[in-house]
Design a protein around this ligand. Structure first.
Ligand code: C2E
Ligand code: MG
Ligand code: MG
Ligand code: MG
Length: 276
């Protein structure tokens, strides 16, 4: 029977760590090939207009069709892609792919693409966005870019001016996952966002007043006063949908309407939910 302390167990622990590190290292090396071998996919999840229940746009969500491990979610590989810098090339691919796909949809339907803060450290971001729009022919007002507050924590001035130059292209900029982490109202002053996406964690506690209730009211009220659209993320039940409608959110997204689907599922969703 192995002892729980002493040299023996610590060696076992180290061996375990080695395996974790090796797996992470292997993942990083595979990321390089994944792009050239066309293993990334975009799934699309509808964002519906709260007033009409119809689809306004789709958010493009990255997946990795891994040859051995199957379809991987972003949490399983985006951290490694950010550490290695591969997120820049992957993010460029996602922009191109999302814009190209959106050209197949009705012209009233927009597409939202997530950007990593790492992409803002490279001078190519604005050129990548322009390139994706030009190559696809997608009008800029149909593209929305989602960023998180980490961007504004890290290098506020530089990133704010990049956001401004993106905004000048005519694309919309959304602040994703608002209400988590260090969410500060000052971020809403440093840049004029077009949309605030209220994080799922605030939605899941909505039915447990009173605190989330006050936070929700504050965020939606702020959005209304600043004329910024508000999207409630992670709507799973009719009850939650009724609540965010009552709060005055303008848009909703979540499994209640649909999980993210492959590109081939978009037309079916537009038929089922209706389009703007
Ligand atoms: P996000 O941008 O906040 O995307 C929403 C996430 O919540 C998605 O997870 C979506 O599948 C999930 N979701 C939507 N509705 C519901 C719901 O009703 N219930 C629950 N439980 N979950 C819901 P996913 O696809 O795993 O993406 C996770 C995160 O990965 C995204 O969060 C985003 O930050 C990041 N991500 C996704 N695609 C990209 C990309 O192309 N580039 C970058 N840089 N990040 C991406
Ligand atoms: Mg997002
Ligand atoms: Mg989000
Ligand atoms: Mg979120």
């Amino acid at each position: 029977r192995a002892k729980l302390s002493g040299r023996g167990s610590s060696r076992v622990f180290e061996a375990g760590m080695d395996t974790v590190m090796q797996a992470r290292q292997a993942l990083k090396l595979r990321l390089r090939d994944a792009l050239t071998k066309n293993q990334f996919r975009l799934f699309y999840q509808p964002l519906v207009d709260v007033a009409t229940g119809r689809v306004d746009s789709f958010e493009a969500l990255l997946r990795w069709q891994h040859p051995e491990r199957g379809l991987l979610a972003p949490s399983e590989f985006i951290p490694a892609a950010e550490e290695t810098g591969w997120i820049v090339a992957i993010g460029r691919w996602a922009l191109q792919e999302a814009c190209r796909e959106a050209m197949k949809w009705p012209s009233t339907i927009g597409v939202a693409v997530n950007l990593s803060a790492i992409q803002f450290r490279f001078a190519t971001l604005t050129a990548d966005v322009i390139g994706a729009l030009e190559q696809s022919g997608l009008p800029p007002n149909r593209l929305e870019l989602e960023v998180t507050e980490t961007l504004l924590i890290q290098d506020n001035d530089t990133n704010t001016s990049i956001l401004e130059s993106l905004s000048e292209l005519g694309v919309r900029i959304a602040l994703d996952d608002f209400g988590t982490g260090y969410s500060s109202l000052s971020y809403l002053r440093s840049f004029r966002f077009d949309k605030i996406k209220i994080d799922r964690s605030l939605i899941t506690t909505l039915t447990e007043p009173p605190d989330s209730d006050a936070v929700m009211n504050a965020i939606v009220g702020l959005g209304r006063n600043l004329a910024i659209a508000t999207t409630a993320e992670g709507i799973e039940t009719d009850e939650q949908f009724a609540l965010v409608r009552a709060y005055g959110c303008t848009q909703a997204q979540g499994f209640l309407f649909s999980e993210p689907v492959p590109a081939s599922g978009v037309s079916g969703l537009l038929e089922r939910l209706g389009s703007r």
